[in-house]
Design a protein around this ligand. Structure first.
Ligand SMILES: [Zn+2]
Length: 407
């Protein structure tokens, strides 16, 4: 196959979600036509899909950028059990090992793109020790990888916000410098000032006109209380559709008698829930939340980092893990887990023009599978990844010209 950066792209002979064989014509970065025997345009690169299944670009809606150990020697994890142990360990080890956030974020963004994630939301640590060092590195990595994935940067108060005076000002500067989302972290459990924390992050979001994505590990009534504060501020400030609660373990605690009422309030305020489908922690009920109208998305969380060695960064594999954790067995249930890792993420991240339909941005992934359910269960190598009409990876490897400057 030959192509240039300016050519149209015709992918012939791919399987759609209903099992039929179609061609997909991409023009000016968008899907122009999906159908049988589509006519090629005059400047058209061609690719034979060989009957592989076509998927929309995958959406990595929650990872951490800058501190991954991808590409580095195995790091032996001997971290203590508390959240604060993990926070302090990482802050210490990143310095000791001389981790370069720009290089590690670049590696991770490329890794995500090779796995078909065309949209990535990455939380980047800000604290009064490292200042904006990690954010500046990840901003540079994003600039170096433009064109292979849309990367949103969350200004994330990894070590607490109000407990470490000066952090709020650093977040303010990070947003002015190009961060896209206001992060937050356990208003009660870490900051021990739930109202103060929630007030601070919403004020920052209002000042910069940015969305919010808050880590909420707090369980049971404590987590529910923090969520109620978030729901109340979202409604009062009219930030419907601009707030994500990540993890939300409290929603998975069946002895919390008012989880359904909270879910209804989340749906009404259009607050998204991000779940990794965690093992060993309470997991929000994906099917119930979606049935109640809550947007549910998913992410890898840390990929090969000092918090956990397990996540591969593969959002098809993540769909499998979400399905496993939710006891999904039927094909239509597994398709729900897939939607969490695609449309759900796109809705939570506010991606415009997303989808495998005519007129949408041409973010397309081909895999060797008969059906969506097989793609999730087997999560085979990505045969082709197309970002905005450009081939950026083949057979799981970045294309040679994928990072070349675009005209
Ligand atoms: Zn996280």
């Amino acid at each position: 196959m030959s192509r240039s950066a300016t050519s149209d792209l015709l992918i012939r002979n791919v399987r759609d979600a209903r099992g039929g064989l179609v061609d997909i014509l991409c023009v000016d970065g968008r899907i122009r036509t999906i159908g049988a025997a589509v006519a090629e345009t005059s400047h058209c690169a061609k690719f034979d899909g060989c009957g592989e299944l076509a998927l929309p670009g995958l959406v990595e809606a929650h990872t951490h950028l800058g501190y991954s150990m991808l590409g580095l020697p195995w790091w032996r994890n001997e971290v203590g059990p508390r959240l604060i142990d993990k926070i302090e360990n990482e802050r210490h080890e990143i310095r000791r090992l001389g981790i370069d956030p720009r290089l590690q974020a670049r590696r991770q963004i490329i890794h995500c793109a090779e796995l078909g994630s065309t949209h990535v939301r990455g939380h980047v640590a800000i604290d009064t020790d490292v200042g904006l060092w990690a954010v500046e590195g990840v901003l540079a990595a994003r600039a170096e990888t433009l064109g292979i994935a849309n990367v949103q940067i969350v200004a994330f108060p990894q070590s607490g916000l109000l407990t470490r005076p000066g952090t709020l000002e650093l977040m303010d500067r990070a947003l002015a410098a190009g961060a896209d989302v206001v992060g937050g972290l356990d208003p009660a459990g870490i900051d021990r000032d739930p109202k103060g924390h929630v007030d601070a992050i919403f004020a920052l979001a209002q000042k910069h006109g940015k969305p919010i994505d808050i880590h909420l590990h707090e369980t049971a009534e404590l987590g529910a209380f923090s969520a109620e504060l978030i729901i109340e501020r979202t409604r009062t400030l009219g930030m419907h559709g601009k707030v994500t609660i990540s993890h939300a373990f409290f929603l998975g605690m069946t002895d919390l008698g008012y989880a359904d009422r909270l879910a209804a309030d989340l749906a009404e305020a259009n607050i998204s829930i991000m779940t990794t489908g965690p093992s060993g922690r309470p997991c929000p009920d994906v099917k119930k939340l979606r049935a109640m109208g809550v947007v549910v998305c998913s992410g890898s969380d840390g990929v090969r980092d000092m918090w956990s060695p397990y996540a591969s960064g593969d959002m098809l594999e993540r769909a499998m893990l979400v399905g496993l954790r939710n006891n999904f067995r039927r094909d239509d249930e597994i398709a729900e887990a897939f939607e969490v890792c695609t449309q759900g993420g796109a809705a939570a991240l506010g991606c415009s023009g997303y989808g495998l339909r005519e007129g949408c941005v041409a973010d397309i992934v081909l895999v060797s599978a008969e059906t969506l359910a097989e793609a999730v269960v087997a999560h085979p190598k990505r045969a082709l990844v197309v970002k905005a009409g450009r081939v950026i990876a083949r057979d799981g490897r970045l294309a040679e010209d994928a990072l070349a400057p675009q005209p």
